[in-house]
Design a protein around this ligand. Structure first.
Ligand code: NAP
Length: 224
């Protein structure tokens, strides 16, 4: 179970870690003492981005190319835009084999009416990852956490749950333990991977809520 897993002992890679969500997750995991590798298509950009976060945290945050970062991580978070999901993962099948791969990608589009879900042939980004990476242990998580909240150094209680989805129960336990490291966050098992689509899509609702109420909303599950 999550409280028996020492998630701090993991080296966590964040692919696309130079972006908003990747930096936010790297910052919070670094604060918790986790060794984080920020991945980028450009190793120099990754190093600059990592150095900026490393200066603020208790852990060790390093940067590398996506290839090297994927190969060195024990657990790999995918934090690239939806359009980059397939090509990024297709290139890293060997490096990611046997590893827990955490997908936080939301297939969401924007038009003049605001955010909307994009239909995905595989059902969800997480299921697409499972198709592209048959030898990896795919888990969906961190879809609904605002990057702005993650990066805000004034916020010491994120006050939300992270829904963790997957077919590999021990892998979801590890990712729940990782989510539990974020302040004010509870990792909650949210079902099998086939239920990831609605968790990805509800981010469109959260973005609409944020725009209407000038907020950084999150999800809480009651009753457990
Ligand atoms: N932002 C949020 O609040 C939030 C919250 C929950 C989930 N998410 C999800 O997290 C993912 C990342 O979001 P984000 O806001 O951080 O996105 P982002 O800043 O636009 O992009 C993240 C990184 O992905 C890489 N990238 C961009 N285009 C690429 C391409 N065509 N091919 C390969 N890599 C590319 C870039 O890194 P390099 O140029 O350094 O390679 C970029 O810094 C998205 O799927 C989003 O749905 C975001």
């Amino acid at each position: 179970v999550a409280d028996q897993v020492d998630a701090r002992a993991l080296t966590v890679t964040v692919l696309g870690g130079t972006g908003d969500q990747g930096q936010g997750l790297a910052y919070r995991l670094g604060c918790a003492g986790v060794h984080v590798l920020i991945g980028s298509r450009d190793p120099e950009r990754a190093k600059r981005s990592a150095a900026a976060i490393d200066a603020k945290v208790d852990g060790l945050v390093e940067g590398a190319g996506n290839d090297e970062a994927a190969a060195r991580g024990d657990l790999v978070i995918v934090a690239v835009p939806w359009e980059a999901h397939e090509p990024t993962l297709r290139d890293l099948t060997e490096q990611l084999a046997g590893k827990i791969v955490v997908d936080c990608v939301n297939p969401i589009g924007f038009d003049h009416r605001g955010p909307f879900r994009i239909e995905v042939a595989a059902g969800s980004a997480a299921e697409q990852a499972a198709t592209l990476l048959p030898r990896s242990r795919i888990v969906g998580a961190f879809h609904n956490v605002s990057s702005s909240l993650l990066m805000d150094e004034q916020v010491d209680d994120l006050d939300q749950d992270v829904l963790v989805l997957g077919d590999d129960r021990p892998a979801t336990d590890v990712v729940r333990a990782l989510a539990d490291l974020l302040p004010g966050v509870r990792g909650v098992f949210g079902g099998r991977l086939r239920n990831a689509g609605q968790v990805e899509a509800i981010t469109a609702n959260l973005i609409a809520i944020n725009r209407r109420y000038k907020a950084r909303s999150g999800i809480r599950i009651t009753g457990i």
